[in-house]
Design a protein around this ligand. Structure first.
Ligand SMILES: C[S@@+](CC[C@H](N)C(=O)[O-])C[C@H]1O[C@@H](n2cnc3c(N)ncnc32)[C@H](O)[C@@H]1O
Length: 223
């Protein structure tokens, strides 16, 4: 075995830990708490606000510092604190360009389930999707029956749109030249379309999606 392979294999053995630890940090709200604090936070301050067991939180933070999700900076002559990096800003629950909802979706048991039976899907022929085989119904029937998962899904799509659409508008504004009305088919909660219409107010936007997605969007808008 080549020496590189002996190192690489551990990425396969423990590859899931990155997703698990980042998910834990999002759910605890680590990045949000540090942002609200406004300066690097010591472990004991962070643990106190998050109501965590300090030595366990320390292990989580050490992992995340190793992968440059957070960094450590002096908070005094003899103390160090945790502060944000560009990566942890993407994990803030309500950050402008947060990707936290997408991580929460992809790390949910419902989405991870199909991956556990990938071998069976590769062996068989037929049209059943891995999602349907694992969860008993197709993705959009599942979201219709499970409003919490539907919200998780729509929030994830919306956060990706908040990153992609401004880049599209900035990089290729000419694609909207002469466009007067625009239908976003499968437009989710309308995030992509609303960003486009905000930038080009002359465009009449129509967001088209499944009834439960449109209903949830109307509820969120209070109309
Ligand atoms: C992968 S998501 C994309 C969401 C959005 N376009 C975006 O990029 O953020 C696909 C969307 O298609 C919608 N969809 C699926 N089947 C549909 C159908 N038969 N009619 C209308 N919308 C549908 C889903 O509810 C979901 O919002």
């Amino acid at each position: 075995m080549e020496s590189g392979a002996e190192v690489d294999i551990w990425n396969y053995v423990f590859g899931y830990t990155k997703m698990a630890v980042v998910k834990c940090a999002i759910e605890l709200g680590v990045a949000d708490v540090i942002e609200n604090h406004g300066s690097p936070m010591t472990l004991s301050d962070l643990a106190a606000v998050l109501r965590c067991e300090p030595s366990r939180l320390h292990r989580i933070m050490r992992f995340l510092v190793h992968y440059q999700v957070f960094k450590q900076e002096p908070t005094g002559q003899h103390s160090m604190g945790f502060s944000l990096t560009p990566l942890s800003r993407l994990l803030m629950k309500h950050g402008e360009n947060t990707m936290a909802p997408f991580i929460l979706l992809e790390s949910s048991p419902i989405i991870l389930g199909p991956w556990h039976s990938l071998r069976a899907r590769v062996l068989e022929s037929g049209n059943i999707s891995p999602f349907e085989a694992a969860n008993g119904m197709d993705l959009y029937s599942y979201t219709e029956a499970n409003p919490c998962h539907s919200k998780l899904f729509n929030d994830a799509m919306a956060c990706a749109a908040r990153v992609a659409i401004p880049a599209l508008i900035k990089g290729c504004p000419e694609v909207f030249d002469g466009v007067e009305s625009l239908v976003d088919v499968g437009g989710g909660n309308g995030t992509a379309l609303s960003l486009i219409v905000k930038q080009f107010p002359r465009i009449r936007g129509i967001n088209f999606d499944l009834p439960q997605v449109v209903a949830a969007m109307k509820n969120a808008l209070g109309s």
